[in-house]
Design a protein around this ligand. Structure first.
Ligand SMILES: NC(=O)c1ccc[n+]([C@@H]2O[C@H](COP(=O)([O-])OP(=O)(O)OC[C@H]3O[C@@H](n4cnc5c(N)ncnc54)[C@H](O)[C@@H]3O)[C@@H](O)[C@H]2O)c1
Length: 433
C-alpha cells in the first residue's frame, strides 16, 4: 500500500458506524489520520465505537443528525475543541428508499433529499470556514452511479445524488482558491446494510468486484482506494518538486467463456484489493534567486558615475533557462546588489561583466563568474570587485566595452559575449555587433 501520510490530520466521516463510511475511515486511520464519526443515535455510535476498537482504531463518535443545522454546528465546534481542526470531511451518511415514484409520498421524497443532499450542504458549510482559516482541506462526497443514471424505484435517491454531484462541483469551484479540494466518489454496488434488500432479491449479488455500467464495484473493504482523494503530499528534491496525480487501475485476473449472447467476459476481482491506485508523478522546477554583488573599493571623483553591465545566463539540462542583462551604477565607492529572482534550481549560471565604468578593472582580473542556483532558502551569489585603476580614459559617457557580441555556431544571434582581443577599453559606441 502506498504511503498517503495522513498523520496529524483529522478526518470526519459522517454516518460511519458501519458500511462504506466505516471502511473509508478504517483506510484513513491506517494512514495515520485521527477518525471522527457521527450517527443518528447513541446505539449506532456505540456499535461503531466497538467496531473501530475491534479493528484496533481509536475513533471519536458523536450523535448528530446531518440534516439538523443547529446540531451540526454544535457538533463541528465540539470536534474542533475536543479532537482538533477538521482537515478532511467525508459526506457519507445517506439513505435510499426504493419505492415506485408514483407511490412515493412527497414526505418520503423530501426525507431522502434532506439526508442525501441537504446533509452534505449543511456539513460542508459548517467546516469550510475553519478549513479556510487553516489554509485548506478536503471534502469528499459519496455520490452514486445514480448521480449519472436513473433507475426504477429510486427517483428521490437519483435526484439527491445527481444534486450532490453538482454541489461537489460547486464547492470545488467556489472554494478551490482557498486550497479546498472537493471531489465525489460514485461507488457501484457495494454490499452494505443499505443494499441488503437487493441481495435478498438477488442472493448471488455478492462481494465480488465486477464492472457495472463501466464502474468498478465490490465489497466495502476495497474502498481504501478512496484514499487517493485526500492526500499525496508533494515531494521536494534539490532541484524539482514532484506532485502525484492519482489514477485507478482495475486488473482482470481471469476470463471465462460464457455461452450465449454475452460471450467472453473479464472478471475484475474475486480476491480482495483487485483495484489499485496508481500515481503518476509530475515534475515541476523549483526556483531560487541569484544575488549579484558589485563592490568598488576606490571611486574616480573626476569622471563621476560608473556603470557596470552584466550578462546573466543560466543553463539547465543543456537548455538556456534564463538570459538577460543587468546593470548597476555607482556615484561613490561601496557595494551594490541586484537580485535576479526565479531561476530554476540546479541551473549553472554564468555572469559576465560586459561593460564597466572607464578605468575600473576587476580586482582578481576575472570578468566571468559562475555559480549554481539553489532552491528556495539557499543563496547563490556572485561577487565582482573593482577599483579605479588610475587610467585617464573617461570617454563619453565613460563606459568601457570589454566584450563583443558573438554569433552561435549556426550564425544565428544569441547573447554570447567574447572578450575583446587586446582591447580592454573603448566607449559605449563599440557595443554590440
Ligand atoms: N452500498 C452501496 O452499494 C452504495 C452505492 C453507491 C453509493 N452509496 C452511498 O454511500 C453512502 C454510504 O452507504 P452505505 O451502503 O454504507 O449505507 P449504510 O446504510 O450502510 O450506512 C449509512 C449510514 O448513514 C447513517 N445515517 C443515515 N441518516 C443519517 C443522518 N440523518 N445523520 C447522520 N447519519 C445518518 C446511517 O445510520 C448509517 O450509519 C451513502 O451515501 C450511500 O448512498 C452506497
Amino acid at each position: 500500500m502506498l504511503d498517503f501520510s495522513l498523520s496529524g490530520k483529522v478526518a470526519l466521516v459522517t454516518g460511519a458506524s458501519y458500511g462504506i463510511g466505516f471502511a473509508l475511515a478504517g483506510a484513513y486511520a491506517e494512514q495515520g489520520a485521527t477518525i471522527v464519526f457521527n450517527d443518528i443515535n447513541q446505539d449506532l455510535v456505540d456499535r461503531g465505537l466497538a467496531a473501530y476498537k475491534d479493528a484496533g482504531i481509536t475513533a471519536h463518535g458523536y450523535v448528530c443528525d446531518v440534516t439538523d443545522e443547529e446540531q451540526v454546528n454544535a457538533f463541528v465546534k465540539q470536534v474542533t475543541e475536543e479532537v482538533g481542526h477538521i482537515n478532511i470531511l467525508v459526506n457519507n451518511a445517506g439513505i435510499i428508499k426504493r419505492i415506485p415514484m408514483c407511490e412515493m409520498t412527497a414526505a418520503e421524497f423530501r426525507q431522502v433529499i434532506d439526508i442525501d443532499l441537504n446533509g452534505p450542504f449543511i456539513m460542508s458549510k459548517a467546516v469550510i470556514p475553519d478549513m479556510i482559516a487553516q489554509g485548506g482541506g478536503k471534502i469528499i462526497n459519496i455520490c452514486s452511479m445514480m448521480s449519472e443514471l436513473g433507475r426504477e424505484t429510486v427517483s428521490a435517491y437519483a435526484a439527491a445524488k445527481g444534486g450532490l454531484k453538482m454541489l461537489t462541483k460547486n464547492i470545488a469551484s467556489e472554494y478551490g482558491e482557498y486550497n479546498i479540494q472537493c471531489n465525489g466518489i460514485g461507488p457501484g454496488y457495494i454490499a452494505t446494510p443499505q443494499t441488503a434488500p437487493l441481495r435478498e432479491r438477488q442472493p448471488d449479488g455478492t462481494a465480488e468486484i465486477t464492472l457495472q455500467d463501466g464502474a468498478a464495484a465490490g465489497a466495502a473493504e476495497n474502498l481504501s482506494v478512496g484514499l487517493y482523494l485526500v492526500s499525496v503530499e508533494p515531494v521536494d528534491t534539490g532541484d524539482y518538486r514532484y506532485r502525484f496525480i492519482p489514477y485507478l487501475v482495475s486488473l482482470p485476473n481471469r476470463s471465462y467463456s460464457a455461452e450465449g449472447e454475452e460471450g467472453d467476459q473479464w472478471i475484475y476481482g474475486e480476491e480482495e484489493n483487485r483495484i489499485y491506485v496508481g500515481l503518476k508523478p509530475e515534475r515541476e522546477d523549483r526556483y531560487g534567486d541569484l544575488i549579484l554583488e558589485k563592490k568598488i573599493t576606490a571611486y574616480n571623483e573626476t569622471f563621476q558615475g560608473a556603470s557596470f553591465v552584466f550578462e546573466v545566463k543560466a543553463v539547465k539540462d543543456d537548455r538556456v533557462v534564463y538570459n538577460d542583462l543587468v546593470s548597476l551604477s555607482f556615484d561613490s565607492y561601496g557595494t551594490q546588489t541586484a537580485i535576479i529572482e526565479k531561476i530554476p534550481a540546479g541551473a549553472q549560471v554564468t555572469v559576465t561583466e560586459i561593460y564597466s565604468g572607464s578605468g575600473y578593472t576587476p580586482a582578481d582580473g576575472s570578468y566571468v563568474k559562475n555559480t549554481i542556483i539553489t532552491a528556495e532558502g539557499g543563496t547563490a551569489k556572485v561577487s565582482f570587485e573593482n577599483q579605479y585603476d588610475g587610467t585617464c580614459n573617461g570617454g563619453n559617457p565613460g563606459v568601457v566595452n570589454h566584450f563583443v557580441y558573438g554569433k552561435d555556431e549556426t550564425g544565428g544571434e544569441e547573447l554570447q559575449w567574447e572578450k575583446r582581443e587586446g582591447a580592454s577599453h573603448g566607449t559605449v559606441d563599440n557595443a554590440g555587433k
